[in-house]
Design a protein around this ligand. Structure first.
Ligand code: ZN
Length: 181
């Protein structure tokens, strides 16, 4: 996906923002097909610059403030009971205490006692990504490891879970980076 900004410029230019989003600056008359072809041709260049953007530390103004993190935690706390209830019932597992944390490196955890924790940044993730993390942690109630049996359990209820893992590795990493500071 990319954003198109048209202006009275004469040539087409592609830009990768620090947050990894792609912007195409295009002349007024450029057609959708021309823009798509240009993006296609620049695929490698875009990928390289997006990787670089993801590896760069956030500027201070990109870091989440205490107030923002508190707000995200509240949002997530409001979302979790329904998702947890639904998926736990579907998987046939139980859980104990649920906490929401500000974490720099992980999205969730599940203890041997069934205590679950979730990263407050999940409030910013698409619903299907939140569902994946919820299912992942609940599946640890059956398997405390990441064995093939564990992943088979995840795949049983979320066959397309790999797309969500990719989101966490790409966009999710950008969010986690904004947590540092
Ligand atoms: Zn896990």
């Amino acid at each position: 996906m990319y954003q198109i900004i048209r202006s009275r410029r004469r040539t087409l230019a592609i830009q990768v923002r620090p947050d990894g989003t792609v912007v195409v600056r295009a002349p007024m008359r450029a057609t959708r097909a021309q823009i798509e072809a240009a993006v296609e041709r620049s695929g490698d260049w875009i990928a390289k610059h997006r990787a670089k953007a993801a590896a760069t530390a956030p500027r201070p103004e990109e870091r989440f403030t205490e107030a923002e993190l508190r707000d995200l935690a509240e949002q997530l706390k409001a979302l979790l009971p329904e998702r947890l209830g639904r998926w736990a019932a579907l998987l046939g597992v139980t859980y104990s205490r649920v906490t929401v944390r500000n974490q720099k490196s992980r999205w969730g955890s599940c203890s041997a006692q069934g205590n679950l924790s979730f990263n407050c940044l999940l409030a910013l993730a698409p619903p299907e990504v939140l569902d994946y993390v919820v299912v992942h942690e609940l599946c640890h109630r059956k398997h405390m490891d990441h064995s093939p049996a564990f992943w088979a359990e995840v795949a049983k209820v979320l066959p397309g879970y790999d797309a969500q893992r990719r989101w966490l590795r790409a966009q999710g990493q950008v969010l986690l980076r904004r947590m540092t500071g």
